[in-house]
Design a protein around this ligand. Structure first.
Ligand SMILES: Nc1ncnc2c1ncn2[C@@H]1O[C@H](COP(=O)(O)OP(=O)(O)OP(=O)(O)O)[C@@H](O)[C@H]1O
Length: 233
Protein backbone atom coordinates (compact mmCIF):
# COMPACT_ATOMS: atom_id res chain seq x y z
CA UNK A 1 0.00 0.00 0.00
CA UNK A 2 1.00 3.62 -0.50
CA UNK A 3 -0.23 6.73 1.29
CA UNK A 4 -0.04 10.51 0.87
CA UNK A 5 -2.09 13.14 2.66
CA UNK A 6 -2.83 15.24 -0.44
CA UNK A 7 -2.69 14.87 -4.21
CA UNK A 8 0.27 17.23 -4.46
CA UNK A 9 2.13 16.13 -1.36
CA UNK A 10 4.95 13.60 -1.13
CA UNK A 11 4.24 9.93 -0.47
CA UNK A 12 4.54 9.25 3.26
CA UNK A 13 4.56 5.50 2.59
CA UNK A 14 5.37 4.02 -0.79
CA UNK A 15 4.62 0.46 -1.92
CA UNK A 16 4.73 -0.97 1.58
CA UNK A 17 4.01 -4.68 1.92
CA UNK A 18 3.85 -6.01 5.47
CA UNK A 19 1.90 -8.61 7.34
CA UNK A 20 1.15 -9.19 10.99
CA UNK A 21 0.18 -12.66 12.15
CA UNK A 22 -2.13 -13.86 14.90
CA UNK A 23 -0.29 -13.69 18.20
CA UNK A 24 2.43 -11.44 16.75
CA UNK A 25 3.72 -8.25 18.38
CA UNK A 26 5.30 -5.65 16.09
CA UNK A 27 7.24 -2.61 17.24
CA UNK A 28 7.46 0.13 14.59
CA UNK A 29 10.64 2.21 14.78
CA UNK A 30 11.71 5.31 12.84
CA UNK A 31 12.71 8.93 13.30
CA UNK A 32 10.17 11.71 13.98
CA UNK A 33 7.98 12.26 10.95
CA UNK A 34 9.03 9.01 9.25
CA UNK A 35 5.42 7.85 8.94
CA UNK A 36 4.92 5.56 11.96
CA UNK A 37 1.59 7.09 13.02
CA UNK A 38 0.38 7.09 9.44
CA UNK A 39 1.18 3.37 9.12
CA UNK A 40 -0.54 2.59 12.42
CA UNK A 41 -3.63 4.54 11.47
CA UNK A 42 -3.86 2.55 8.26
CA UNK A 43 -3.47 -0.71 10.19
CA UNK A 44 -6.24 0.45 12.54
CA UNK A 45 -8.51 1.42 9.64
CA UNK A 46 -8.56 5.09 10.65
CA UNK A 47 -6.87 6.07 7.37
CA UNK A 48 -7.44 4.30 4.05
CA UNK A 49 -4.42 3.61 1.80
CA UNK A 50 -4.22 5.98 -1.18
CA UNK A 51 -3.19 2.95 -3.23
CA UNK A 52 -3.35 -0.72 -2.36
CA UNK A 53 -5.39 -2.30 0.39
CA UNK A 54 -5.34 -4.02 3.73
CA UNK A 55 -6.58 -7.59 3.83
CA UNK A 56 -8.10 -9.63 6.67
CA UNK A 57 -8.16 -6.93 9.33
CA UNK A 58 -9.95 -8.48 12.31
CA UNK A 59 -13.36 -7.13 13.24
CA UNK A 60 -12.38 -5.96 16.74
CA UNK A 61 -9.60 -3.38 16.52
CA UNK A 62 -8.49 -1.21 19.45
CA UNK A 63 -6.65 2.00 18.54
CA UNK A 64 -4.85 4.17 21.08
CA UNK A 65 -3.86 7.41 19.34
CA UNK A 66 -0.65 9.21 20.26
CA UNK A 67 -2.82 11.88 21.89
CA UNK A 68 -6.28 10.94 23.10
CA UNK A 69 -8.75 13.65 21.97
CA UNK A 70 -10.09 14.65 25.40
CA UNK A 71 -12.03 17.71 24.22
CA UNK A 72 -15.35 15.90 24.68
CA UNK A 73 -18.29 16.74 26.99
CA UNK A 74 -18.39 13.39 28.86
CA UNK A 75 -17.28 12.09 32.22
CA UNK A 76 -14.77 9.25 32.33
CA UNK A 77 -17.35 6.62 33.32
CA UNK A 78 -20.02 8.05 30.99
CA UNK A 79 -17.61 7.92 28.03
CA UNK A 80 -16.29 4.43 28.78
CA UNK A 81 -19.80 3.04 29.42
CA UNK A 82 -20.90 4.46 26.06
CA UNK A 83 -17.88 2.92 24.32
CA UNK A 84 -18.63 -0.45 25.97
CA UNK A 85 -22.26 -0.27 24.82
CA UNK A 86 -21.12 0.63 21.30
CA UNK A 87 -18.96 -2.50 21.13
CA UNK A 88 -21.51 -4.73 22.86
CA UNK A 89 -18.91 -5.28 25.59
CA UNK A 90 -19.48 -5.76 29.30
CA UNK A 91 -18.92 -3.18 32.02
CA UNK A 92 -15.79 -1.00 31.68
CA UNK A 93 -15.31 -1.20 35.49
CA UNK A 94 -12.45 -3.75 35.38
CA UNK A 95 -10.40 -1.49 33.09
CA UNK A 96 -11.30 1.60 35.15
CA UNK A 97 -9.91 -0.15 38.23
CA UNK A 98 -6.89 -1.72 36.56
CA UNK A 99 -5.75 1.53 34.97
CA UNK A 100 -6.23 3.53 38.17
CA UNK A 101 -9.10 5.59 36.75
CA UNK A 102 -11.53 5.01 39.66
CA UNK A 103 -10.85 8.40 41.32
CA UNK A 104 -11.71 10.12 38.03
CA UNK A 105 -15.03 8.40 37.24
CA UNK A 106 -17.10 11.58 37.50
CA UNK A 107 -14.47 13.95 36.07
CA UNK A 108 -15.06 15.42 32.60
CA UNK A 109 -12.59 14.23 29.95
CA UNK A 110 -11.57 17.82 29.15
CA UNK A 111 -10.50 18.35 32.78
CA UNK A 112 -8.13 15.38 32.93
CA UNK A 113 -4.35 15.66 32.92
CA UNK A 114 -2.68 14.44 29.71
CA UNK A 115 -1.52 11.20 31.36
CA UNK A 116 -4.96 10.39 32.77
CA UNK A 117 -6.65 11.19 29.45
CA UNK A 118 -4.19 8.84 27.79
CA UNK A 119 -5.28 6.07 30.17
CA UNK A 120 -8.90 6.67 29.12
CA UNK A 121 -7.63 6.30 25.54
CA UNK A 122 -6.09 2.96 26.47
CA UNK A 123 -9.22 1.78 28.31
CA UNK A 124 -11.52 2.58 25.37
CA UNK A 125 -9.29 0.52 23.07
CA UNK A 126 -9.25 -2.48 25.41
CA UNK A 127 -12.96 -2.54 26.20
CA UNK A 128 -13.81 -4.15 22.84
CA UNK A 129 -11.46 -7.10 23.60
CA UNK A 130 -9.38 -6.27 20.50
CA UNK A 131 -8.06 -8.95 18.18
CA UNK A 132 -5.70 -6.25 16.91
CA UNK A 133 -4.44 -3.57 19.32
CA UNK A 134 -2.73 -0.53 17.79
CA UNK A 135 -0.71 1.55 20.28
CA UNK A 136 0.80 4.81 19.03
CA UNK A 137 3.79 5.74 21.24
CA UNK A 138 2.32 4.27 24.46
CA UNK A 139 5.45 5.04 26.46
CA UNK A 140 5.12 8.78 25.77
CA UNK A 141 1.82 9.87 27.28
CA UNK A 142 1.21 7.31 30.03
CA UNK A 143 2.38 7.61 33.64
CA UNK A 144 4.91 5.11 34.99
CA UNK A 145 2.29 2.80 36.56
CA UNK A 146 0.30 2.53 33.33
CA UNK A 147 3.48 2.11 31.26
CA UNK A 148 4.40 -0.86 33.41
CA UNK A 149 0.99 -2.43 32.69
CA UNK A 150 1.40 -2.28 28.91
CA UNK A 151 3.63 -5.39 28.54
CA UNK A 152 1.12 -7.43 30.61
CA UNK A 153 -1.79 -6.19 28.52
CA UNK A 154 0.11 -6.99 25.31
CA UNK A 155 0.89 -10.50 26.63
CA UNK A 156 -2.77 -11.10 27.44
CA UNK A 157 -3.88 -10.12 23.94
CA UNK A 158 -1.22 -12.36 22.40
CA UNK A 159 -2.21 -15.27 24.66
CA UNK A 160 -5.76 -14.89 23.34
CA UNK A 161 -4.39 -15.16 19.77
CA UNK A 162 -4.60 -11.43 19.05
CA UNK A 163 -1.94 -9.16 17.51
CA UNK A 164 -0.41 -5.93 18.70
CA UNK A 165 1.39 -3.16 16.82
CA UNK A 166 3.24 -0.48 18.77
CA UNK A 167 5.13 2.58 17.55
CA UNK A 168 8.19 3.67 19.45
CA UNK A 169 10.59 6.41 18.41
CA UNK A 170 12.57 6.40 21.64
CA UNK A 171 13.69 2.79 21.66
CA UNK A 172 11.67 1.49 24.61
CA UNK A 173 11.38 -1.77 22.67
CA UNK A 174 13.12 -3.64 25.46
CA UNK A 175 9.78 -3.68 27.25
CA UNK A 176 8.48 -6.05 24.54
CA UNK A 177 11.44 -8.38 24.04
CA UNK A 178 9.64 -10.83 21.75
CA UNK A 179 8.39 -8.23 19.31
CA UNK A 180 9.23 -8.20 15.63
CA UNK A 181 10.70 -4.84 14.61
CA UNK A 182 9.66 -2.84 11.55
CA UNK A 183 11.66 0.23 10.58
CA UNK A 184 10.00 3.09 8.69
CA UNK A 185 12.45 5.13 6.64
CA UNK A 186 12.27 6.93 3.31
CA UNK A 187 8.60 5.95 2.85
CA UNK A 188 9.56 2.27 3.04
CA UNK A 189 8.98 -0.23 5.83
CA UNK A 190 11.61 -2.89 6.49
CA UNK A 191 10.56 -5.82 8.68
CA UNK A 192 13.37 -7.24 10.78
CA UNK A 193 12.45 -10.82 9.89
CA UNK A 194 13.13 -10.19 6.20
CA UNK A 195 16.62 -8.99 7.08
CA UNK A 196 17.22 -12.00 9.29
CA UNK A 197 16.10 -14.32 6.50
CA UNK A 198 18.52 -12.69 4.08
CA UNK A 199 21.42 -13.26 6.46
CA UNK A 200 20.26 -16.83 7.10
CA UNK A 201 20.10 -16.32 10.87
CA UNK A 202 17.33 -17.49 13.19
CA UNK A 203 15.58 -20.02 10.98
CA UNK A 204 12.10 -20.32 12.53
CA UNK A 205 10.41 -23.61 13.38
CA UNK A 206 6.73 -24.34 12.80
CA UNK A 207 5.24 -26.32 15.69
CA UNK A 208 1.66 -27.62 15.59
CA UNK A 209 -0.28 -28.56 18.73
CA UNK A 210 -3.93 -29.45 19.41
CA UNK A 211 -6.07 -26.30 19.70
CA UNK A 212 -6.73 -26.55 23.44
CA UNK A 213 -3.03 -27.01 24.22
CA UNK A 214 -1.98 -23.78 22.47
CA UNK A 215 -1.71 -21.38 25.43
CA UNK A 216 0.08 -23.97 27.60
CA UNK A 217 2.51 -24.85 24.78
CA UNK A 218 3.29 -21.16 24.18
CA UNK A 219 3.87 -20.62 27.91
CA UNK A 220 6.14 -23.68 28.16
CA UNK A 221 8.21 -22.66 25.12
CA UNK A 222 8.58 -19.12 26.46
CA UNK A 223 9.56 -20.43 29.89
CA UNK A 224 12.26 -22.51 28.16
CA UNK A 225 13.65 -19.30 26.62
CA UNK A 226 12.25 -19.67 23.09
CA UNK A 227 10.96 -16.72 21.09
CA UNK A 228 7.41 -17.14 19.77
CA UNK A 229 7.15 -15.34 16.43
CA UNK A 230 3.45 -15.96 15.86
CA UNK A 231 0.52 -18.09 16.95
CA UNK A 232 -2.11 -19.12 14.45
CA UNK A 233 -5.41 -20.72 15.48
N1 LIG B 1 -2.91 15.15 8.80
C1 LIG B 1 -1.79 15.36 8.10
N2 LIG B 1 -1.80 16.13 7.00
C2 LIG B 1 -0.69 16.34 6.27
N3 LIG B 1 0.51 15.79 6.56
C3 LIG B 1 0.59 15.01 7.64
C4 LIG B 1 -0.56 14.75 8.47
N4 LIG B 1 -0.17 13.93 9.48
C5 LIG B 1 1.15 13.69 9.29
N5 LIG B 1 1.60 14.33 8.20
C6 LIG B 1 2.97 14.28 7.66
O1 LIG B 1 3.24 12.92 7.30
C7 LIG B 1 4.59 12.57 7.65
C8 LIG B 1 4.55 11.36 8.56
O2 LIG B 1 3.94 11.74 9.79
P1 LIG B 1 3.66 10.67 10.95
O3 LIG B 1 2.94 11.40 12.03
O4 LIG B 1 3.06 9.46 10.38
O5 LIG B 1 5.17 10.35 11.41
P2 LIG B 1 5.69 9.66 12.74
O6 LIG B 1 6.82 8.77 12.32
O7 LIG B 1 4.57 9.07 13.48
O8 LIG B 1 6.28 10.88 13.56
P3 LIG B 1 6.37 11.13 15.15
O9 LIG B 1 7.39 10.17 15.69
O10 LIG B 1 6.83 12.56 15.23
O11 LIG B 1 4.99 10.92 15.71
C9 LIG B 1 5.21 13.81 8.29
O12 LIG B 1 5.94 14.49 7.29
C10 LIG B 1 4.02 14.62 8.73
O13 LIG B 1 4.32 16.00 8.71
Amino acid sequence: MSFRYGRRTAWVLSEVTVDIGDGEVVVVRGRNGAGKSTLLQMMAGVLQPTRGRILDRPSRVGWVPERFPAEQPFTVSGYLAAMAALHGAGSPAPWIDRLGLAPFRTVKLAELSKGTAQKVGLAQALICRPQLLVLDEPWEGLDAAARDLVPDIVAEIVAAGGSVIVSDHRGDTARLPEATEWTVDGARVTPERAEKARTGADTPWLIEVAAGDGPAAVAALRAAGHEIIRVRA
